[in-house]
Design a protein around this ligand. Structure first.
Ligand SMILES: NC(=O)c1ccc[n+]([C@@H]2O[C@H](COP(=O)([O-])OP(=O)(O)OC[C@H]3O[C@@H](n4cnc5c(N)ncnc54)[C@H](O)[C@@H]3O)[C@@H](O)[C@H]2O)c1
Length: 278
């Protein structure tokens, strides 16, 4: 989508971090922007901080894990701005610990937000974008954890591998229709992701065994430190805008992780070679 000015973007997780930086960068590029988020106070503050764009930026409450909530937010966006061209399925949460130590509630929460949330955005907006025929673009925020699974991040890694796979599939499907797809795979970025429990709905519970709580606490501290020294979200947003204009599928922002990806793929290729040799 080479021309952004005058078109409309819907950004989930738009009240904070990467989503907010994306919202601001898209508004600066002349787009009308609907920030959609589950956190009411942060959403109000985010929209207010962009009030120099006037009516061009608005906010709507949205829980991406809930299809009805996404559909309602989409209606609010159509009502405010008319046609939507760009959907950024960006909202995400993490819950740590190894695969055998993590509660099913944690798995459900992370998969509902990070995987179903992305699917709900696609399911809701794609028929609309197809039908208006003006072209469009879908941006899905995954992570480097969607390229490299890490022992301590089982649900998060599973969710982000899923987002990469969904995006690759969607890109092939939408190419003939002139609708682009970008999957964003950052390493650590300076946002509030380490505090994501703040937005955990009650339906996913909070109960943890003391052992789980200790492991989760240690991990949370580790992540918080790495996030704090991470990339500024505005850098990620700038890369995403470029990818939308150039219709690029992958956005990587942490080239220092190149060797780790290469090692993973080398192991896969070696195993395939072994199969071929048998
Ligand atoms: N920060 C990093 O290091 C990093 C690295 C790679 C990928 N990511 C991904 O970037 C995306 C944005 O996260 P961030 O780092 O900006 O964190 P953040 O916590 O600063 O922002 C996430 C936003 O999502 C919102 N949100 C949470 N649950 C929601 C729900 N159910 N419905 C709607 N909104 C919801 C939050 O309120 C928040 O505003 C996520 O998908 C995350 O997994 C982050």
């Amino acid at each position: 989508m080479r021309e952004l000015a005058g078109k409309t973007a819907f950004v989930t997780g738009g009240a904070s971090g990467i989503g907010f930086a994306l919202g601001r960068a898209l508004a600066e590029a002349g787009m009308k922007v609907m920030l959609a988020d589950i956190e009411v106070d942060a959403l109000v503050a985010a929209a207010k901080s962009l009030d120099n764009f006037g009516q061009q930026v608005r906010g709507t409450i949205c829980d991406v894990a809930d299809l009805t909530s996404v559909e309602r937010a989409a209606e609010a966006c159509y009502e405010a701005f008319g046609k939507v061209h760009l959907v950024c399925n960006n909202a995400g949460v993490g819950a740590g610990s190894g695969i055998d130590h993590i509660s099913l509630d944690n798995w459900r929460w992370v998969l509902d937000v990070n995987v179903m949330g992305v699917l709900h955005g696609i399911h809701t907006f794609l028929p609309h974008i197809r039908s208006h025929g003006e072209g469009g673009h879908v941006v899905n925020t995954a992570s480097m954890t969607g390229m490299l699974s890490a022992r301590q991040f089982s649900p998060y890694a599973a969710s982000k591998f899923a987002v990469v796979a969904m995006s690759e599939g969607l890109a092939t499907q939408l190419e003939p229709l002139g609708i682009g797809v970008t999957v964003v795979c950052p390493g650590f970025v300076r946002t509030r992701i380490a505090e994501c429990e703040r937005n955990r709905p009650k339906r996913y519970g909070r109960a943890q065994t003391p052992e789980q709580a200790t492991r989760a606490g240690v991990l949370a501290l580790e992540i918080a430190e790495r996030v704090q020294s991470g990339l500024d979200p505005s850098n990620v947003a700038a890369r995403v805008l470029n990818a939308i204009r150039e219709n690029e599928l992958y956005v990587f922002t942490h080239p220092e992780m190149h060797d780790a990806v290469k090692t993973r793929f080398a192991a896969i290729v070696a195993a395939m070679d072994k199969a071929a040799a048998r």
